[in-house]
Design a protein. Structure first.
Length: 309
């Protein structure tokens, strides 16, 4: 019988933290230079009642110092910004994520803010003052309630894949009546005296491809539903994200209490072992589950901040 031991891996941003500062590639996108005045890039809102320093790790080539601007029990985590807009590149997105993960590691509850949220000086009001007045004070009740609701929770990413697609397609061909019937008809026509014309054969092959695609999607949905049902007792919320390629049947974001992290990993291991053992028995394909996290709950909260002043 198959055995499994699923553990949660580090996120890409967390791996960078463990490895230490990494040089930017020579061809990495550069931020567009600001014409005038300082600005502050906003990463997240945290439950913090005093100023805090997170170190030189912010977005941008110069890795600016990251600080917390506090007001009435909550704080905005910010850094100086040398650009008025950053390209949505892997390096920039990881820098944004890395700051939130550091705040989370320090024990703060994190409310992610949308990428490229930047406050500028305006008239006689500094960027910091605008953050305090327009964000922390104006939305204090909203953010305090969200921080309370998300306290003690983390996000985990779960991806499910079949490890042998030849077995999966073979199982579909054997067990799906429409696929089996049309496949057998095509094979018989190739071997028999009454061969299909080129146009008919092509139409049959196209139809067979559509049937296989639909059957595979149905198998994905069925397997994903079994996985989500297996996890539901442990999770506070769950999001189904888009899957990629034939082999991936699940791409989930789950919100869990951080002290149930090990329980989730254990349940994933049990599911992987059971489905893989079944795949060995009926040749329907073994599965592999990959868990990443814990990470800030970006799939469940993304604060949009506007500067209406």
């Amino acid at each position: 019988m198959s055995t499994a031991n699923v553990t949660c891996e580090q996120s890409p941003a967390d791996e960078q933290l463990s490895a230490g500062p990494q040089p930017e590639p020579a061809d990495a996108p550069r931020p567009r230079a600001r014409a005038t005045g300082p600005a502050r890039y906003v990463y997240c809102i945290i439950d913090c009642d005093e100023p805090a320093d997170f170190g030189p790790m912010g977005i941008g080539d110069d890795r600016p110092e990251v600080l917390a601007i506090a007001c009435e029990g909550i704080a905005a985590v910010v850094s100086a910004s040398a650009a008025d807009k950053y390209e949505i590149s892997r390096g920039n997105v990881l820098a944004h994520q890395r700051v939130m993960e550091v705040a989370m590691r320090r024990g703060y509850t994190v409310l992610p803010v949308r990428f490229n949220t930047i406050a500028e000086d305006r008239d006689d009001r500094s960027a910091e003052r605008r953050i305090v007045e327009n964000v922390l004070t104006a939305r204090l009740d909203e953010f305090s309630a969200l921080l309370s609701a998300m306290s003690g929770c983390v996000e985990l990413g779960v991806k499910g894949l079949w490890t042998d697609m030849e077995a999966v397609f073979g199982h579909l061909a054997r067990t799906n009546e429409q696929v089996r019937s049309l496949r057998d008809r095509l094979l018989a026509a190739q071997r028999g005296p009454s061969r299909l014309g080129r146009g008919d054969a092509m139409a049959h092959r196209v139809k067979l491809g559509e049937l296989v695609k639909n059957a595979l999607e149905a198998k994905k949905i069925e397997t994903r539903q079994k996985l989500t049902a297996h996890l539901r007792p442990l999770v506070k919320d769950l999001r189904e994200n888009e899957t990629f390629g034939d082999a991936m049947f699940a791409n989930l974001a789950i919100l869990v209490e951080k002290d149930r992290h090990d329980e989730v990993a254990s349940r994933l291991s049990a599911f992987e072992a059971e489905r893989s053992a079944r795949g060995e028995r009926d040749e329907s394909g073994q599965v592999k589950l990959r868990c990443v996290g814990p990470v800030p709950p970006s799939n469940f909260i993304e604060l949009v901040i506007t500067w209406d002043d």
